[in-house]
Design a binder for this molecule. Structure first.
Ligand code: AMP
Length: 289
């Protein structure tokens, strides 16, 4: 048993965690926070390990945040398995799981929200209110857990961007750290939502990564037309039976859309459906190539 496993704690009360975090900081220790919605997989665990490497104390929050789900989305069926998550976290070097209930986090409806200027772009165009829900809960988590460093995956690139920008714009004393996407052998990005898919859909969904790889290859060979690169990706996904919701290219640093030609580091952002499961992914087009 590792040292962490013995002292590992599950905390449910925001006030109790905030008090503990203040004590930890008063001892001159650093806190790493990994916000998640649980049903942890290797993608989440890579963030936990990254945090445990660089911080004295690692807190993993597990909270399926109702405020970031739309009325017709999967809040009710989102997988929940706290005990398994806790075991995985303890084995991976985390010290604390923060697992509040909705009532703990929202004792009364919020009258205060954090909003992003790009909340209606990319994923936000199809999930009204989603990023307001994400930013508002992450602001609360930052104020409860008092992290020195907070870890987010690049898979959810728009989310990583708006959180990083929130911390910068609103002077949160937190370093927001991005971590690379962990994929299955097939190239499919790991996601708690992958378990909604049938085996066939899961195999077909590897076309997302294949499409992005093909576009990257063409880009390296000189193709910099956004329309052409998008077409390469959409054809691969559609051939495999996927339905595109959107594919966009944006500047990597500020997420300003690139309409015609790639002329600086860019990110491919996309969402698509395999069956009823909505998947998102991203990849980078570096410049110079
Ligand atoms: P979620 O539980 O889906 O809200 O994700 C919690 C955190 O884990 C977010 O910062 C995600 O970007 C990150 N994450 C999810 N899937 C992956 C993955 N496959 N690789 C790396 N990070 C991930």
């Amino acid at each position: 048993m590792r040292k962490n496993e013995k002292n590992f704690k599950i905390i449910r009360s925001p006030l109790a965690l905030q008090r503990l975090s203040k004590k930890i900081l008063a001892q001159g220790k650093s806190i790493g926070l990994v916000p998640t919605m649980g049903a942890l997989h290797k993608g989440h665990i890579s963030l936990v390990k990254k945090s445990a490497k660089s911080n004295d104390v690692t807190i993993v929050s597990v909270f399926v945040n109702p405020v970031q789900f739309g009325a017709n989305e999967d809040f009710a069926k989102y997988p929940r398995r706290l005990q398994t998550d806790a075991k995985l976290c303890a084995e991976s070097g985390a010290d604390i799981i923060f697992a509040p209930s909705s009532k703990d986090m929202y004792p009364a409806p919020l009258q205060t929200y954090v909003r992003s200027a790009i909340e209606n772009m990319y994923c936000g165009a199809y999930r009204p209110g989603h990023f307001t829900g994400v930013l508002s809960v992450v602001a609360k988590l930052f104020n409860i857990a008092l992290p020195s460093n907070a870890y987010f995956g690049e898979k959810d690139f728009q989310q990583l961007h708006v959180i990083r920008k929130m911390a910068y714009d609103l002077n949160f004393p937190v370093k927001v750290i991005g971590a690379k996407t962990i994929r299955e052998k097939s190239g499919l990005a790991m996601s708690s939502r992958n378990e909604y898919m049938s085996c066939e859909e899961r195999v077909a969904a590897s076309s997302i990564y294949a499409g992005m790889q093909e576009a990257k290859k063409m880009y390296k060979q000189g193709v910099n037309s956004v329309a052409k690169l998008k077409k390469i990706i959409s054809e691969k996904i559609e051939e495999a039976g996927g339905k595109i919701q959107y594919i966009e290219m944006a500047n990597k640093n500020d997420l300003v859309p690139v309409k015609t030609k790639i002329s600086k580091a860019a990110v491919i952002l996309l969402a698509c459906y395999f069956g009823k499961t909505r998947l998102i992914d991203c990849d980078f087009l570096y410049y110079p190539r």
